[in-house]
Structure formats: C-alpha cells, structure tokens
Design a protein around this ligand. Structure first.
Ligand code: SAM
Length: 241
C-alpha cells in the first residue's frame, strides 16, 4: 500500500549524508519528491535533519536509484509544545493518526497507557512496534516541518503507572485529566508545562478518574460536545497552549 502523507519538509537522517552538505535519498522520500513535488535538478526543497536544524536542499541529480541534494541547515525547528500527553491506547488505526498528530502538534513526550475500556487486543497490534511508532511520528514531523521526534512510551498497566510513575512525571506541571463529565472547565493558555491525560474511546471509568485525582490531576471538560480522541487531542492542545 502506498502511504501518501503531506511532506512539507523532507526529514533527513545521518545515514542519508553522502558527503559534506550532500544527501542521497532513495525509497519513499525519493518517490514523493518525484511524484508530488515533481522536482527537477535546480529545484529547492525544505529539508531538516532529525533532531536538528531545518533549511533548504537543492536537487543536484535524479536517476532511477536516488536523488542527490545539496543541503544547507541554518534554521531552528519550530518550538516544542510544552505538553506531556498521557493517552489511553486507542484502536490501532486511530493510534497511527494520533501519533502523527501528536508529532505535528509539537508534543515531545507521549505515554500510551492501558485503561479499563481499552480493548486488550489493541496491545497485540503490530502497529505498536517501535518502527511503526517512529514512522507515524516521522509522517507528523514531515507534515508540520519539524525535526524533533516525540518520545513514545507504552505502559500496559494503568494502576502502577498512575500511582508510581505519573506523580513524578506531572510534578511541577499543570496536571489535567480530560473528562466530559468533570465539573471544571478546561483552562486556556496555560503558562508553563502541562501534563494532560486523555481517555479511551469509551472514556475513563470513575475509579480511574479518582486515581488520576489522587495523582494530582484535575478533571476538566471541554464543553457539552464529546469529541473523538484524535479531535480531543487537537482541541485540548490548541486550547491549553
Ligand atoms: N463516552 C465517553 C466517556 O464517557 O467519556 C467519551 C469518550 S471520548 C470519545 C474520549 C476521550 O476524549 C475522553 O475520555 C476525554 O479524555 C476526551 N474528551 C472528549 N470529549 C471531551 C469533552 N467534551 N471534555 C473533556 N474531555 C473530552
């Protein structure tokens, strides 16, 4: 299957460099540059190196095997969003989209966690393999013209994570649990770092909301519309930052 995703920036990795300031691209990125950008020698593309600067790449040569670019990497990537996201593991197809969206939004730390209403079969999905999580993150960065990959961590047990790990993760941050039935409105434009929990498609159960409260999280709502997980991630990120 051809995966077509917008590539507003060509993300480069150390292995792509063939010499000083030169990169050689094959595979998905070469195909995309040829089919979508319809680039020819002399054309300029936006490029960025994973974890580092962004800049321009001038196409020097295209043949059947590869595209050679001369690159200058002289600008910083966009600033990160100061949100650590704790997300109940969504169904695998949705998870792919959410991980890409998380990367596009500039969130740099994502915990995918279990919760009562997460179907156990989701944890067996091959989409949870590190290579896929990384690929979805790359799609998100290419879309958003960023270079810094989010750190994605899996936690298969809700309780030990929330009781033993989450208080330290949330320490010094505004800690919020998105819950449609919360009494408090979600704040806007929060200064400083935020740790945000978002529930599964069926929502958090009340015991989980209580555990999150004990870990220092305030349950907050976004109004009367109950949003899909991927919509909630974007709406909350936009509202909080
Ligand atoms: N019926 C479910 C419930 O009982 O919570 C709805 C779950 S919603 C599809 C998935 C998650 O998105 C929720 O657990 C919550 O974290 C977040 N969410 C969606 N709409 C929300 C809203 N209006 N206010 C706060 N959180 C919301």
């Amino acid at each position: 299957m051809i995966i077509e995703a917008a590539m507003n920036l060509i993300l480069l990795f150390p292995d792509d460099f063939s010499g000083d300031g030169m990169v050689r691209l094959t595979g998905r990125r070469k195909d995309h540059i040829q089919r979508v950008h319809r680039a020819a020698p002399g054309d300029e593309l936006v490029v960025g190196v994973a974890g580092g600067n962004i800049g321009r790449g001038v196409v020097r040569r295209i043949d059947d095997e590869a595209i050679d670019l001369a690159v200058v990497l002289d600008s910083s990537p966009p600033p990160p969003l100061d949100i650590t996201l704790v997300l109940a593991l969504p169904r695998p197809k949705v998870m792919n989209r959410v991980v890409a969206a998380v990367a596009s939004l500039g969130i740099k730390r994502l915990f995918l966690v279990n919760s009562w209403r997460v179907d156990k079969s989701y944890w067996k999905s091959p989409r949870l393999a590190p290579e896929n999580l990384r690929l979805q993150s790359v799609f998100g960065l290419e879309q958003a013209s960023d270079t810094v990959l989010p750190q994605v961590e899996l936690r298969r047990l809700f309780r030990p994570f929330v009781e033993d790990e989450l208080p330290a993760i949330a320490s010094g941050t505004t800690a919020l649990a998105a819950h449609p039935y919360a009494g408090e409105d979600c704040p806007r434009d929060v200064q400083g770092p935020v740790t945000l929990c978002i529930g599964p498609e069926g929502g958090f159960i009340e015991q989980e909301v209580a555990s999150l409260e004990r870990a220092g999280f305030r349950p907050v709502h976004l109004g009367p519309r109950i949003l899909r997980v991927e919509t909630a991630v974007a709406a909350l990120a936009g509202r909080l930052k």
